[in-house]
Ligand binder design. Structure first.
Ligand code: GDD
Ligand code: MN
Length: 427
């Protein structure tokens, strides 16, 4: 270990104290998690700014933390010695990552550790870290070494040159993924395509909107309230920041060698929720309830029942009564929509329907439901065409992705529009 790390305690002022009192004191590299709104302040006049603060969010990364801190320190000491900080933001990991990080404080004076007990979640961890940071440039990197540390210097150089945001991307030259399965690639690309459809102005600004490895100028995001959801904090930064210039640097997403990924299918639901909130409400409020999974399952089941109504009526009208193809399709489709509406109103969204009683309100919900389902049908056709004709997907796979996407779409838009309980008007 070179001399730069031999400084010992992270805060030299406290060193004499600990010699006399051997009682457990709070390690000086431990920082309190900020509370209140998730909003980055401009640098206070009385703080000495640093060039760069890098957040390392962690959850059960005990086995990775020493290696990543060491590699990042070496790189940054060689470029901007002493004028950066690494902030580990740990959500009270059961494997005690925060403790392991604190123990590194003696060796790496630029390291600080935030242990969160009250809040959880990747995106808010990153923002809390930035709120406690002193850098002019703010960044984030995964702790598990899946983001190659050496790319950091290129990102830093881009922001130091003129970029407001520099994103490490898997989808530009020099980028890629190592050994991803077809399904994982598909999900990743599918999520991006969906993002492009729902929120083109945000998602379309970068080639890898899912990236969790990026640097942003503090001034570009300061004072904008942030309402992130799930994993994809970059969406929030692009959606709310004031970014003129965006740079991208290619990187290969490495395989995880230690520990486990925390991604579950829940993250995909959160992602969609995030997109729709950014699109329709312009924000996600911190009081928003978590993605209502039970409701979604009920909605899926109702949709499935509609399929039977559709087929059975079609058979009756077309085969038995000899009506024309179009007439039979339209009538059976409409009957299925009616079936789905009744079940959704009485079951899936019963609690919301209760708050908007009366026939006029019910009719309004039915009309909105109808319109949204029709829009869903158009979306379905668009997606199948896009995947099959433009991207050369297998037609059944294309159809499957389209149905899955449209189900999600129908669910969220109906939840947010058809069954939305309108607030009492302000007086
Ligand atoms: N503090 C905190 N709280 N950290 C968390 C939490 C949490 O709830 N969940 C995950 N993390 C940390 C992990 O410890 C890791 O350092 C980082 O966030 C990424 O989590 P992984 O679970 O390793 O995610 P991944 O590798 O599957 O997913 C990554 O996918 C993108 C590319 O598709 C994302 O993390 C992105 O950063 C990445 O670019
Ligand atoms: Mn990972």
């Amino acid at each position: 270990m070179s001399a730069i790390y031999a400084a010992g305690l992270c805060c030299p002022l406290l060193a004499p104290l600990s010699i006399f009192s051997m009682v457990a004191t709070t390690p000086s590299c431990l920082i309190e998690p900020p509370t209140g709104p998730l909003q980055i302040a401009p640098l206070a006049a009385d703080t000495t700014p640093l060039a760069f603060s890098l957040i390392i969010p962690t959850y059960n990364e005990r086995r990775n933390i020493a290696a990543i801190v060491d590699q990042l320190t070496r790189l940054l000491e060689g470029t901007i010695p002493g004028s950066y900080e690494l902030i580990v933001v740990d959500d009270n990991s059961p494997d005690l990552t925060w403790e392991a990080a604190l123990a590194l404080g003696n060796t790496y004076p630029q390291l600080r550790v935030m242990r969160r007990v009250e809040e959880r979640g990747l995106s808010s961890a990153v923002i809390r870290g930035w709120q406690g940071a002193r850098g002019e440039i703010l960044g984030v990197i995964d702790a598990d070494l899946q983001h190659p540390p050496e790319v950091l210097l290129k990102l830093l150089a881009a922001v130091q040159a003129d970029a407001d945001l520099a994103v490490a991307s898997r989808h530009v030259e020099g980028g890629g993924v190592s050994e991803w399965s077809f399904i994982r690639r598909l999900l990743s690309r599918g999520a991006q395509t969906l993002g492009l459809l729902i929120l083109p102005k945000v998602v379309g600004r970068v080639s890898d909107p899912m990236s969790g490895y990026f640097l942003v100028r503090r001034s570009a995001i300061a004072s904008a309230p942030l309402y992130p959801k799930g994993y994809k904090i970059l969406l929030e930064v692009i959606g709310r920041g004031h970014l003129d210039t965006i740079a991208e640097v290619g990187y290969v997403f490495q395989e995880r060698l230690e520990g486990e990924s925390k991604v579950t299918w829940r993250q995909y639901i959160d992602y969609l929720h995030h997109l729709i909130c950014l699109r329709f409400k312009g924000r996600i409020t911190p009081t928003d309830k978590p993605a209502p999974l039970g409701r979604f399952l009920r909605f899926g089941l109702v949709g499935f029942s509609g399929l039977f109504v559709d087929y059975a009526t079609f058979f009756l009208l077309f085969e038995q009564l000899g009506l024309g193809l179009t007439t039979s399709t339209v009538l059976s489709g409409e009957l299925a929509i009616g079936n789905n509406f009744l079940w959704n109103d009485a079951w899936t969204f019963a609690d919301l329907a209760q708050q908007q009683k009366g026939w006029p309100a019910r009719l309004k919900r039915f009309l909105k439901f109808n319109l949204i389902c029709l829009a869903g049908l158009t979306l379905n056709t668009l997606i199948v065409n896009l995947l099959f004709n433009l991207l050369g997907f297998n037609p059944y796979l294309a159809k499957f992705i389209a149905i899955a996407t449209v189900t999600l779409w129908n669910f969220w838009v109906n939840l947010k529009l058809s069954w939305r309980v309108t607030d009492t008007p302000e007086v």
